[in-house]
Ligand binder design. Structure first.
Ligand SMILES: *[C@@H]1O[C@H](CO)[C@@H](O)[C@H](O)[C@H]1NC(C)=O
Ligand SMILES: *[C@@H]1O[C@H](CO)[C@@H](O)[C@H](O)[C@H]1NC(C)=O
Ligand SMILES: *[C@@H]1O[C@H](CO)[C@@H](O)[C@H](O)[C@H]1NC(C)=O
Ligand SMILES: *[C@@H]1O[C@H](CO)[C@@H](O)[C@H](O)[C@H]1NC(C)=O
Length: 402
């Protein structure tokens, strides 16, 4: 019974990723059949592709505002690409963040204890109010029909506007649909194509994201069930923690215009712990990649067919690691730590103590050019590779059951 249900969910999940939105109805009704696990893994993450950098953001606060992207595609390649580029870290309520750390390593392989150790690049600890190489931003600035609200420094509550970089207060709580983000404390140079941060929205506090192809993020947080916001609010009771290519929020995080950020053309998003349906699955945390590695449907993205439990009454600890082999692994374990240096064996121990694992083995693709309109571009997925992916899915499920 478990086998049949799990297999059906896995097949629907993978088919949905490859074939796109046409199957989303059947997926959402069966999504709860995905198994609960402690580890969600994407293997073979990273491909050679392109995306389009923003070239111009014109008259943002006017009703006639426009955006343009560079017509020369920006190429990327390598393990974990395009998220081998700098990323920013995003949080949505209901959520309280109590610890956060970012690490890089020269070499680390999930499951191999002798591989390189980790150096901490950035650290936030709410109880001691320590904040190293961390800038809290939020979208509390001027609104724009094209770009949405501008980034500002976040005040200690995480959501009000501050005039300078401010440490998030202990117990600062995001309610449903409220967000803040974390960047490094390295300021961007001037805005412009080819400059260190590319083009960004005028007037924002513009900071670099966190660099490195091999990197790791650890979190200590709570995601209590929503108790104050109105249930009519969007993203009601749908907390999330995710990474964006840092170019995206510096131009426009939420825009319908495909030319206002590099998101649509595939510069990358990685959802680490995300509630995807606050009604049917409020306590299931999914991991999703939004790019074009083996899919043309960037909105749906690529999901691991399994979820991690959201504990609504206790503190959770977990993280995501992008290793030297292109394995991106999300785990949840109270053994997760935040020390300034961490041995490979510790990380493997956290992952090992998290419980069973579900894997989405991503296709090896060479995308020609990425999409500027919803259905064009992206990688072309042949019947062969679809079969391959389903076979891999079946093997993965069998392995999980054994
Ligand atoms: C802070 O993070 C940035 C971006 O990843 C990095 O370049 C810089 O070296 C970090 N600073 C410290 C002191 O580690
Ligand atoms: C985005 O830019 C492309 C290429 O310049 C253009 O063809 C398209 O119409 C633009 N789309 C929007 C919504 O502005
Ligand atoms: C949640 O699932 C229900 C039932 O499938 C569906 O009607 C609803 O639209 C979903 N909500 C979201 C936000 O996807
Ligand atoms: C790596 O170290 C961890 C923590 O000590 C241990 O749990 C795990 O079994 C080790 N893995 C291997 C492959 O030796």
């Amino acid at each position: 019974m478990i086998f049949t249900l799990t297999l059906a969910a896995a097949l629907l999940g993978f088919a949905n990723e490859v074939l796109g939105a046409s199957l989303s109805a059947s997926l959402s009704s069966s999504a709860s059949l995905a198994p609960q696990v402690g580890v969600l893994e994407f293997s073979n993450f990273g491909y050679s592709g392109t995306y389009n950098m923003v070239l111009e953001l014109k008259d943002p606060t006017s009703s006639s505002c426009t955006c343009k992207v560079d017509s020369t595609p920006n190429a990327f390649s390598g393990i974990n690409a395009p998220l081998n580029e700098e990323v920013s870290v995003h949080f949505r309520g209901p959520l309280t963040l109590s610890k956060f750390a970012v690490y890089t390593a020269s070499d680390f392989v999930v499951g191999t204890n002798g591989s390189g150790s980790w150096n901490r690049l950035a650290y936030y600890d709410a109880s001691s109010q320590t904040s190293d190489n961390v800038t809290f931003l939020t979208t509390a600035g001027d609104d724009s029909p094209c770009l949405g609200k501008a980034l500002t420094f976040a005040d200690s509550d995480g959501t009000s506007k501050a005039s300078e970089s401010t440490v998030l207060a202990k117990n600062a709580k995001l309610t449903s649909n409220q967000e803040f983000s974390i960047f490094s404390d390295i300021k961007c140079g001037s805005s412009g194509l080819g400059k260190d941060c590319g083009v960004y929205r005028e007037g924002i506090p513009a900071f670099h994201g966190f660099y490195g192809a091999v990197k790791m993020f650890t979190f200590e947080f709570t995601m209590p069930t929503e108790s104050s916001a109105s249930s009519s609010i969007s993203n009601y009771n749908m907390p999330a923690i995710w990474l964006l290519n840092a170019h995206i929020p510096r131009t426009a995080q939420y825009s319908d215009n495909v030319n206002c950020s590099c998101w649509r053309s595939g510069c990358g998003e990685f959802d680490i712990f995300e509630v995807k349906n606050g009604t049917t699955e409020p306590n299931h945390l999914y991991a999703t990649i939004h790019d074009y590695q083996g899919t043309g449907e960037i909105e749906t993205g690529l999901q691991v067919p399994g979820y991690i439990a959201r504990d609504t009454s206790n503190t959770m600890r977990g993280g995501v690691v992008f290793d030297s082999n292109g394995d991106a692994v999300v785990w949840m374990s109270l053994s997760t730590a935040f020390d300034s240096s961490i041995a490979a064996s510790n990380v493997n121990g956290w992952i090992g103590s998290s419980g069973s694992k579900q894997v989405n083995q991503l296709l090896s693709v060479k995308a020609k050019s990425s999409a500027l309109s919803k259905k064009s571009g992206g990688a072309v997925v042949s019947a062969n590779s679809l079969t391959h992916q389903i076979v891999v899915a079946v093997l993965g499920v069998v392995a999980w059951i054994l």
